[in-house]
Structures are given as structure tokens and as C-alpha cells.
Design a protein around this ligand. Structure first.
Ligand code: ADP
Ligand code: MG
Length: 383
């Protein structure tokens, strides 16, 4: 890949790149719709992601090109920028905007991006390209940012420059991921633990439902509001900042305060899912992948029945996995209503899995899903 991309760079810019970087995408292994309730999530970096090649130029401009998109841009090096429209280069431009508030760069840059991660499918290609840019500038110009500052900077770009109100999980996972490790991140205080997640004979299959995520945003906001309602009603008796401060036992003592039946189901998912993350971390610690897989299925079931964010496409994938003997766990990952599912798939079964799942999915849904095989990989690095 590196050599191929180097040639592309040479072709596009007429000079060799002087640095190559890679930043992965991420999946959330378990702990869904938990981040905005101050609980635990368990993301990991994948081996699909975004490459960034660069070289300095003497023209005092930043040139943005991506193999994934046709639009290109040449933008003068200044001390501040505003978002120029919906084009992709606003993601890295937002990173320049943040960094140039504090630093001046000695030269312009020619940049080439390439992502082999499905874009716009919930594997966080956006966090990947933002952190890729931040990591590269920090490394190349020795700007002195601490490692923890880069995902925070990238999140700020996504929130303020791009205008997408995401939490910290994605940027954190793509910056901090490690091979065969998962991150248990407390979304309330950002404390985190890196835990062993050796998948042994299993790979991470990532199944993109290819369903347009039209409903996703409005439904997502609806779920956030329902959790806020549950929190307000519980706070008539107790004092909580977040739903995830309650475990299942304590929740049972106060859940009668929640008046609306569907709000009660949402809150029940949140409390139990948060518990499941603790159990999942314990299972990994004991090397018990079978239990981990069982918890993945339980998570999906809860997201289907209690949280109602799965939909026919994600359910079709997980239903197939339950009956497929070489998968030990599967669930939707990300916000839901489409996007991707993940499955723990026995190594060596990739082709058969892809073929059988494709037949099943097309029959049930009417169009194919896309299947990617990944390992748990490293966070941002110079390659
Ligand atoms: P997701 O993060 O789920 O993949 P988003 O809609 O949040 O989806 O972010 C996708 C956007 O990020 C793309 O539309 C594009 O603007 C930008 N992006 C991601 N990867 C690349 C890439 N390799 N090249 C150019 N832009 C990219
Ligand atoms: Mg995104």
C-alpha cells in the first residue's frame, strides 16, 4: 500500500512524499448509546483506516487531494480558516485552523489522503482523517502536543468547525488504539484502561449494511432526549449527573419514577448495557471469548427490543450470524438505523461467511451488504 500511494503522490504532485502516516478507523465492541449517558464504552482501532502522505512546498499553500474524492483544494497558508462548504477537505482544514491558532508553520504542504475504510458508515472515517491530520502536523513540525491533546483537538474540530456534535470516543479510539487491545473508556471522566483483547482464532468481520442512514440523526436526538427525561424523573428522588451512575439494583429501586413506558425501556437498556461492558471486560481478562460473544448478542438484542435502534438490515446480519456456526458473537456498532455490524468470525471462514451472508442478506433485504475483515490494530503512527 505504501509504495502504491507513494506513486500516486508522485503522479499528483511531481515530487516524492517526505512522510507517510496511518490512522485507523474504529469499532465499538460493546457499550452502545452509552457515551452520552456518562457510562463505559469499549472501542478498538481496526486495521482499516486513512493514509496521509505529505511533502513541504515553497508556495505557501496547503494542497488537499484525496483518492476517495474528486474535489481538490489549494488554500493559502493563513492563521485562521472558516468552513467553506460541505467538501471533505474541511475536515483537515479544521485541524489546520485549530493548530494555526497557536503555531506558525515554516512551509506550505502538499497532502494526499486515502481511506480504505467505508466512508459515512459509522466506522468513523471522520475521526480518522481529523486525527491523521493532527497527528501528522504534530509529528512533522514537532509542535509538542501531548498525545491526549490530539483527540481532544480533533473532537473540537468535528464539533465546532464541521458542526457534528460527537463525543470523544471515536477520536480517542483511533489515536490510542493498540493491536489486540480494547479501550474501556469512561465517558463521564475520560479515565480509560487498555485491556487485552486477543481474538485468537477469530477475526473481526465488519458488515456494512449499505443502508442509507436517513433517519439516524433525528432518531438519535430522540434517544438522547428520552434519556434526559429518564434522568430528570429519577432525580426527583436521587441526585444523578448521568444515568450510568446507577447499577441495575439501584435502578430497580427508583425506576417506578419513570412514567413513560418507552422511556423506561430506553433507560433499562442504558443501565444493563453499562453493566455488560463491565462483564465484557472481565470476560476478556479471563480470555473467555465465548462469553464475550454472548454479551455481544445480548447487547444487540437490547438495542433491538429496548432501545429500538437496529432496523431490518442490522437485524438480518445478526440473525444470520446467530445461525452461522463459525461466528461466536455479533452486534450492531455505532448509532444504528443502518451503518455497520461486527462479528467475531473464525479465521479461515471468511470466504464462506461472505458468500452465505450475501445470499441471505440479498434475499431478505434486496441488495447486498459489504463485508470487510479486520484485526484489532494500532492507533495513529508514522509508517
Ligand atoms: P463516518 O465518520 O461514519 O465515516 P462521517 O459522515 O462522520 O462518516 O464522515 C465522513 C466524511 O469524512 C466524508 O464525507 C469526508 O468528508 C471525510 N473523509 C473521511 N475519509 C476521507 C478520505 N479518505 N478522504 C477525504 N475525506 C474523507
Ligand atoms: Mg463520523
Amino acid at each position: 500500500m505504501k509504495a502504491e500511494l507513494t506513486n500516486k503522490f508522485l503522479e499528483k504532485y511531481g515530487q516524492e512524499p517526505t512522510a507517510h502516516y496511518f490512522t485507523p478507523g474504529r469499532v465499538n465492541l460493546i457499550g452502545e448509546h452509552i457515551d452520552y449517558n456518562g457510562g463505559l464504552v469499549m472501542p478498538c482501532a481496526v486495521t482499516l483506516g486513512t493514509w496521509l502522505l505529505m511533502a513541504p512546498n515553497n508556495d505557501n499553500v496547503i494542497r488537499f487531494k484525496s483518492i476517495n474524492f474528486e474535489e481538490e483544494a489549494t488554500i493559502e497558508l493563513k492563521s485562521a480558516y472558516e468552513k467553506t462548504g460541505p467538501e471533505w477537505f474541511n475536515y483537515p482544514l479544521g485541524v489546520f485552523n485549530e493548530i494555526l491558532k497557536k503555531h506558525t508553520l515554516p512551509t506550505g504542504l502538499d497532502l494526499l489522503f486515502y481511506g480504505n475504510i467505508p466512508i459515512g458508515s459509522g466506522l468513523s472515517s471522520s475521526a480518522s482523517i481529523e486525527v491523521a491530520m493532527a497527528y501528522a502536523l504534530n509529528d512533522y513540525f514537532k509542535l509538542g502536543y501531548e498525545k491526549i491533546e490530539l483527540p481532544l483537538l480533533a473532537q473540537k474540530v468535528e464539533n465546532e468547525f464541521i458542526g457534528v456534535n460527537c463525543g470523544i470516543m471515536d477520536q480517542f479510539a483511533v489515536a490510542f488504539g493498540e493491536t489486540d487491545k480494547a479501550i474501556v473508556l469512561n465517558c463521564d471522566n475520560l479515565k480509560y484502561k487498555i485491556v487485552d483483547c486477543n481474538l485468537g482464532d477469530y477475526s473481526l468481520a465488519i458488515i456494512n449494511t449499505n443502508k442509507p442512514r436517513k433517519l439516524a440523526e433525528s432518531k438519535y436526538n430522540e434517544r438522547v432526549a428520552e434519556c434526559q427525561t429518564a434522568l430528570a424523573q429519577l432525580n426527583q428522588e436521587i441526585k444523578l449527573h448521568n444515568l450510568c451512575e446507577l447499577n441495575a439494583e439501584k435502578f430497580a429501586l427508583h425506576s417506578h419514577l419513570i412514567t413513560d413506558e418507552s422511556v423506561l425501556r430506553r433507560a433499562t437498556h442504558v443501565i444493563k448495557e453499562n453493566d455488560r461492558v463491565n462483564h465484557a471486560a472481565k470476560a476478556l481478562n479471563e480470555g473467555n471469548l465465548t462469553e464475550f460473544g454472548r454479551l455481544m448478542y445480548a447487547s444487540h438484542q437490547s438495542l433491538k427490543d429496548l432501545y429500538e435502534v437496529t432496523g431490518a438490515e442490522l437485524d438480518a446480519v445478526v440473525d444470520f450470524c446467530k445461525d452461522y456456526e463459525h461466528v461466536i458473537g455479533a452486534r450492531m456498532t455505532g448509532a444504528g438505523f443502518g451503518g455497520c455490524a461486527i462479528a467475531l468470525l473464525k479465521k479461515g471462514q471468511e470466504e464462506d461467511f461472505a458468500k452465505q451472508l450475501t445470499d441471505y442478506y440479498v434475499e431478505r433485504i434486496g441488495y447486498p451488504a459489504a463485508i470487510y475483515i479486520s484485526e484489532i490494530g494500532n492507533g495513529s503512527s508514522r509508517i
